[in-house]
Design a protein around this ligand. Sequence first.
Ligand code: CP
Length: 302
Amino acid sequence: MRHVIEPTDLTLEEQSELIAEASLIMRNPSRYAEVCRGKILASLFYEPSTRTRLSFESAMISLGGSVIGFASGDVSSAAKGESIADTIRVAGCYADICAIRHPKEGSALVASQFSTIPVINAGDGGHEHPTQTYTDILTINAVKGRLENMTVGLCGDLKFGRTVHSLIKTLSLHPGNKFLLASPEELAIPDYIKWILRDRGCEFEETRDLEGAIGKMDILYMTRVQKERFFNEEDYVRLKDSYILDMAKLEGAKPDLAILHPLPRVNEISVEVDKDPRAVYFYQAMCGKFVRMALIKKLLDL
Ligand code: CP
């Protein structure tokens, strides 16, 4: 039995196979409509979600399976004090595979240690979001045709943004990628991510100046400031609009830049950018369903 708690729980070769399978599914989804007939996904979401929950559920239904679960911890027995360990043991009595999102870092790992079914981390606090990374690499591969030799800009809340941590850990395993990290000082990338980059011999630069760096980027990965991870409202309000990508800022960007965002967006990308062909974040959200179909199929060995 395999769990996916971090993106590297699949080897690079497996990630490549996953992308290939997701691309096949995207081209011909009806061929996969019976693959999970009789199988059940437990969708255990203790924290709000639109894309991850709906795409997991849509993925399982599109594979012919069924879905049980909850969209908030308040409506589960977590509200009465039940532990994740007990909940996951019980979920294993009713389902074949589980996707879990939780505000606490490490919660998906704990779940996997007590689970009798494959556990997929659908986001644990500010830590990791592996299926977002698989979505991101499927998107990048589709629009750029490669995952290596790119200058990858990441901008916004690089401290609490779990999607950023997972994506850097993965793209830094591909040769020739450089990273430009644009954030306010208080929301800079954590030291442990910098250690990983140094350890792997990856070039990276931290900057406060998105406009000054944008011209070098092949990918720009925008992120929102993660309000829910702040200890006080005042700091959030001060930092929330640190970066707002608009058409003026894109003037110096490459014509084949790809602009990604894991979404939800708050203010950090002006809606005028949506119609620019370089904006691929809604296509990226669509890719999420197909990569999750491929992942469910793989973990259920179907
Ligand atoms: N990208 C992402 O995780 O979005 P949701 O929080 O809406 O699931």
